[in-house]
Each structure stands twice: as structure tokens, then as C-alpha cells.
Design a protein around this ligand. Structure first.
Ligand code: ATP
Ligand code: MG
Length: 330
């Protein structure tokens, strides 16, 4: 069976960008013939910050977000990166195969460093795509449903596969990114991608009033008419795109609906659309919210299964690299 590896950093709640960029694909694929592994990449939190007070609670919230949008733990193994030691071991091996200059070419890393780490690049940040390669390769995953920002990371994983297989023999499959129709939803600031860490997101767990408040404040321009023009009116184009994505209506029909009206009416309409989309997600969240034990159980079982599968791959890796030390009795 083909495998999928995907995941998120526990840096905050999931947002609309996650939904259209990756979650939608995950929900669809878990019902097809794939074995799904969903990593909660807690080591990655440290790449751009040292505050760890909220990591544990964020992990819990992530699982709640997953359950609320319809990820099914029976079909998707949800697990915690730091609790699968095989991932760290593989990371050590493969980081030896990557040159510093290759790592420095990754454009997403440069962007992240500017956006969230105040321009300071830690070695962990530089190495993050290699750590992610270890996460993917430990499961020999075929497909990786990700947003556009992740493409350079997947390219690095593919480079690692080539180097490893050429050096030590064919152990790894060549993984492929799976990009959705909206691989980069912009944030409400109309400058950056929507992001947990950039204060520009509508979260899947936002209340009705929060959505209304955020959309009211969303950046626009000084013009009045509601017309899609991605080159000249990026902020509005992004809001129209959201309206389209979460209502299913064609952009042309949305323009027509708001002919002769202005931002006030359009923004009210957009809030309604988003709130209607979020309502069933909110309902589901209520079902799961109180059941602390269920969330721990999902994570325990998912992490156990992930460790078992990663250990199978690591056995092959150690053997190929002659690090299994059979003669020494290991
Ligand atoms: P942070 O700002 O803390 O890095 P994030 O919002 O970028 O958080 P991640 O956990 O880094 O979220 O990313 C999880 C997945 O969601 C990745 O596959 C990423 O490509 C995808 N993703 C994140 N933001 C967007 C977006 N705005 N549009 C589409 N996909 C996105
Ligand atoms: Mg990110």
C-alpha cells in the first residue's frame, strides 16, 4: 500500500490556509488506498523560538483541529515527532549527506528566518528540511500533501534519497509532493502567506465574532468596487479567493453579487461564508473537546505504530550502512 506522510508544527491552531493547502487532501486520501502518517513536528517549534510553554497544549489543540475537520484516527496515524527516536537517528545519518551550501539554497528557510526568527538562523533551522527528510524517509512515504512553502524541502528530501541510494544501495523510494489547488493562501495582511505565527490568520477554532472582527480589519485598498485583479489589487483578490474557496461560488458571480456595493457589504458576506464553512467544524469540536483521555489515547497509539514502522525502515538503513554491528552481537 502507498504511504502518505504529512503534518504540522504545534505552534498554534490550524487556519484556513491549512484547510485548503493540505487538510482537504489528507481527508480525501485517508478514505482511499493509502496508509496515512500525520506527524506533529514538535522539534520544529524550536527552529525559530525558544518559548516552549505552550507546545504541549498546542499538540492537544492540533489533535482537536484534526478531529474537527474529519481526520479519522482509525485511518490516519497521528504521532509526535520527538517521541519516535528512530526519526532522530535517521536525521543524524542523513545530515551527513547534505552540504551546508545545499542547505543554504532553500528559499523557504530564508523566508521563515526573516518572518519569524528576526533574521537569526539557528543551525536547527538550517537543518530543518533534513530533519523533515528523515520524517518522510523513516516511513518510506510516497506522497507528501503540502503547501507551496514546503516544495523546496521536498526537493531536499529527493536529493537525500539520490545520494543515499547511490552511496549505500536502494533503501528509499523517491517521494513526491502533492500540491493542492490553493497551495498558498495569503493572510489577512495581504503580504505573507497565512500562518500560525504571523498574526494574519483565521483559525478553524475562531468563534463567529472573532471571524467577523478579523475580516473587518483585513487589509484592503482605497478603491470601492469589488473586482478581481490579482496584479493591481492583491488584497481584495485574496479575499475574493477566500470567498470563492469557502462558498464554492465562481469569482465572476461574486463580483456580480456585489456590483454597486462596497467593502462593507462584501466583508459581511465573506464573514458569513467563512462562518457557514466553520459551523460544522465547530460542532464536531464540541463533541471531542471534553474527552481528554481520547486525545491522549490517539497520540499514544499513533506514536506506537509510527515507532514500529520507523524501526522497520531503520533496520534496513543500519544494515545498508553497516551500522547494524551483527558481529558485535547487537
Ligand atoms: P508557522 O507559521 O508556525 O510555521 P504555518 O501556518 O506555516 O505555521 P505549518 O505547521 O508550518 O503551518 O505548516 C503545515 C502545513 O500547512 C504545511 O504543509 C504547509 O505547507 C501548509 N500551509 C501552511 N500555511 C499555508 C497556507 N497559507 N496556504 C497553504 N498551505 C499552507
Ligand atoms: Mg510554517
Amino acid at each position: 500500500m502507498k504511504r502518505i506522510l504529512t503534518g504540522d508544527r504545534p505552534t498554534g491552531p490550524l487556519h484556513l490556509g491549512h484547510y485548503v493547502g493540505s487538510l482537504q487532501n489528507r481527508i480525501k486520501l485517508q478514505n482511499e488506498d493509502y496508509e496515512m502518517f500525520n506527524i506533529i513536528a514538535d522539534f520544529q517549534v524550536l527552529t525559530d523560538r525558544m518559548e516552549t510553554d505552550e507546545v504541549e497544549e498546542n499538540i492537544r489543540e492540533l489533535v482537536l483541529d484534526y478531529l474537527s475537520v474529519g481526520l479519522d484516527p482509525k485511518k490516519t496515524n497521528i504521532f509526535i515527532q520527538s517521541k519516535v527516536p528512530q526519526l532522530s537517528e535517521l536525521f543524524v545519518y542523513i545530515s551527513m549527506l547534505v552540504t551546508v551550501s545545499r542547505a543554504q539554497q532553500n528559499p523557504t528557510i530564508k523566508e521563515e528566518v526573516q518572518a519569524t526568527a528576526g533574521g537569526k538562523m539557528s543551525l536547527g533551522m538550517l537543518n530543518m528540511p533534513v530533519s523533515q527528510a528523515a520524517d518522510i524517509l523513516a516511513f518510506n512515504a510516497d506522497l507528501i500533501p503540502v503547501g507551496e512553502d514546503q516544495l523546496p524541502h521536498i526537493e531536499q528530501t529527493r536529493d537525500v534519497v539520490k545520494t543515499f541510494n547511490n552511496t549505500f544501495g536502494e533503501v528509499f523510494k523517491m517521494p513526491k509532493a502533492l500540491i493542492s489547488k490553493s497551495p498558498r493562501l495569503m493572510g489577512l495582511d495581504a503580504e505573507n502567506k497565512m500562518s500560525k505565527s504571523r498574526n494574519n490568520a483565521v483559525f478553524l477554532s475562531d468563534s463567529k465574532d472573532e471571524v467577523i472582527k478579523k475580516i473587518k480589519k483585513a487589509v484592503t485598498d482605497s478603491k470601492k468596487d469589488i473586482v478581481y485583479d490579482k496584479d493591481k489589487r492583491l488584497a481584495l483578490a485574496n479575499l475574493l479567493m477566500m470567498y470563492h474557496l469557502f462558498s464554492g461560488k465562481d469569482i465572476k458571480d461574486i463580483e456580480k453579487k456585489y456590483e454597486g456595493l462596497g467593502y462593507k457589504e462584501f466583508k459581511e458576506g465573506l464573514s458569513d461564508v467563512i462562518n457557514k464553512f466553520l459551523d460544522p467544524i465547530r460542532e464536531k469540536r464540541k463533541e471531542f473537546e471534553k474527552d481528554e483521555k481520547y486525545i491522549s489515547q490517539i497520540l499514544k497509539e499513533g506514536t506506537e505504530k509510527a515507532s514500529e514502522e520507523a524501526e522497520k525502515t531503520l533496520k534496513e538503513v543500519r544494515k545498508a550502512m553497516k551500522y547494524d554491528y551483527k558481529k558485535l552481537g547487537f
